[in-house]
Design a protein around this ligand. Structure first.
Ligand code: B12
Length: 211
């Protein structure tokens, strides 16, 4: 059924995509498999955009479909994780100049589902806003998301602002998003990069000393 979901999203068949994701969840499919299919579909959409067969409206519709499917998957993931005591606090946001939030939202709800208290600052978040949130919420982990090339500088500025505020030693910083890799992590001065939400959760767990 994953293939049917990938095709429905990639071909912009919104009703089919919602129906197939409902069917997958109803038949007991792993909610993570639904998310994986969404990610594969978004890669296809991205390729079609690059090739010039899709334009902004398709990107928007794809984003909307993924948002709706995420809303269905979230309660399942939470139910799977069960009630548990909070492992730690995470501040997360999409950095200044960037409004892509689908990937960040997946990371946020997986962290949440795995027992973290998460403060999501939203999109286009300035370094100052991150600094204020770190001061106020006292997270052990900060997550910076970005999908545009210009996000790399914003990530670097954010890490620097946290450092200048004297808060860098108290937090671990992870970055992630479409084009982010270990080179960007080094450039930005972050502690790690996560290629996907599952890696983000593993990093956060490692840093708070949880298994
Ligand atoms: C959907 C989309 C949009 C939607 C966003 C909707 C939304 N609410 O997010 C809309 C239409 C708004 C949009 C706008 C634009 N977009 Co756009 N968009 C995409 C698209 C197709 C998919 C991105 C996505 O959401 N993927 C789905 C997620 C789930 O993918 P994922 O990477 O696997 O996510 C995982 C990891 O990234 C990781 N992760 C993410 N964040 C974090 C954070 C941490 C801490 C960790 C650990 C992990 C982590 O975990 C996620 C879950 O497992 C990509 C193409 C692509 N293939 O990526 C282009 C793309 C990112 N967009 C692009 C562009 C150019 C734009 C625009 C500038 C277009 C324009 N001309 O206006 C604007 C930018 C506006 C702005 N200021 O940000 C380019 C960027 C090119 C570049 N090098 O900068 C891309 C690559 C398309 C392309 N090939 O040209 N876009």
């Amino acid at each position: 059924m994953s293939k049917a979901l990938i095709d429905a999203i990639a071909d912009m068949r919104e009703q089919d995509a919602l129906k197939v994701s409902d069917e997958m969840l109803a038949s007991g499919a792993d909610p993570q498999a639904v998310l994986d299919a969404c990610r594969e579909a978004m890669a296809v959409v991205g390729r079609r955009y690059e090739e010039g067969t899709y334009f902004l409206p398709e990107l928007l519709l794809a984003g909307e479909m993924l948002g709706q499917i995420s809303d269905k998957v979230k309660p399942r993931l939470q139910a799977q994780a069960g009630a548990q005591k909070k492992l730690g606090r995470v501040v997360i946001g999409t950095v200044k100049g960037d409004i892509h939030d689908i990937g960040k939202n997946i990371v946020t709800f997986l962290l949440d589902a795995n027992g973290f208290e998460v403060r999501d600052l939203g999109v286009d978040v300035s370094p100052l806003k991150f600094v204020e949130a770190v001061r106020d919420f006292r997270p052990q982990v900060v997550g910076l998301s970005g999908f545009l090339t210009l996000a790399f500088d914003a990530m670097k500025e954010t890490v620097e602002a946290i450092k200048v505020a004297g808060l860098r030693d108290g937090v671990k910083i992870m970055i992630g998003g479409g084009q982010v890799n270990d080179k960007i992590q080094e450039y930005a001065g972050a502690d790690a990069y996560g290629k996907d939400a599952v890696t983000g959760v593993s990093l956060a767990k490692k840093w708070v000393g949880a298994k």
